[in-house]
Design a protein around this ligand. Structure first.
Ligand code: ARG
Length: 260
């Protein structure tokens, strides 16, 4: 069994999401692109992020796959730069055997915005294709620096990058999150199944196209775990409007019912 949450650090000289930077190749080997196939299945386009849990299962947001038939979903693992068709370590794609959207997923409030996707065929782990760990505790992670990654827009209404982006955001308590939204003139209900991350002044955030992707935290053992799945926000990176994730520590037993 592959150890989870261990990045591959390539020495290649490489050093937005909003306010972030290009991720180094291999830093987030569990990041996947959840894709929608074209009508005849000849091609697919990026729709959401996701995270590899093991060789057969991907976690993503409920809203990323709820409206798609399993036959319309494709999962691309080991991707880095969409515009480079000859990367040293190539991506792989899989069709989907099964999608399990959380039964309490709420289209209107984005509560329980979580889905599991079973691949039709196991992926082969490689330096750039590895699983992330699940949270080992129900620690609220307040004040932790988390990293969000994805191929989402570089600014609100802005362009899509071809290279995977990363940005660090501090996790805030749910009370503080509610208060921040209020300061921005928004009355939001932030139940404990949500996890908010962002600076008061904004500037760093996930954005459209990052949904479903991981908000990862480095554990005390040095391994990364899936603290959140990027779910929603109001605009992107605006002051007092933090990004909101599904809090994965609340769903570990549910996930482990299917992912073994
Ligand atoms: N829900 C959006 C998506 O489908 C993006 C969520 C993140 N937005 C944010 N401002 N943090 O990609």
């Amino acid at each position: 069994m592959q150890k989870c949450g261990v990045p591959q650090l390539f020495t290649k000289p490489q050093t937005r999401i909003v306010g972030g930077k290009m991720a180094p190749f291999g830093r987030w080997p569990w990041q996947v692109s959840v894709r929608r196939t074209s009508f005849f299945g000849f091609s697919s386009t990026h729709r959401c992020g996701g995270a590899i849990l093991n060789e057969n299962w991907i976690a993503t947001a409920g809203h990323c796959v709820d409206d798609l038939l399993t036959s319309q979903i494709r999962i691309r693992v080991g991707e880095y730069d969409f515009s480079n068709i000859q990367e040293d370590l190539p991506y792989a794609e899989r069709s989907v055997a099964k999608k399990i959207v959380h039964p309490k997923y709420n289209f209107f409030t984005y509560e329980y915005d979580l889905a599991l996707v079973q691949l039709d065929k196991a992926v082969d782990f490689a330096p750039h294709i590895r699983p992330i760990c699940l949270p080992a505790t129900d620690d609220l992670l307040i004040g932790e620096n988390a990293t969000v990654t994805g191929w989402g827009r570089l600014s609100e209404g802005g362009t899509l990058p071809s290279v995977l982006q990363e940005v660090q955001v501090p996790i805030v308590s749910n009370d503080r999150c509610k208060f921040m939204f209020l300061k921005a003139g928004r009355q939001e209900i932030i139940p404990e199944i949500f996890l908010c991350a962002g600076h008061e002044g904004g500037g760093q955030d996930s954005c459209q196209g990052d949904s479903g992707g991981p908000l990862q935290v480095k554990g005390r053992d040095g391994r990364f775990f899936l603290a959140g799945i990027i779910s929603w926000g109001i605009g992107c990176a605006e002051a007092n409007l933090p990004g909101v994730c599904t809090r994965i520590s609340k769903f570990v037993p549910w996930i482990l019912k299917y992912v073994t």
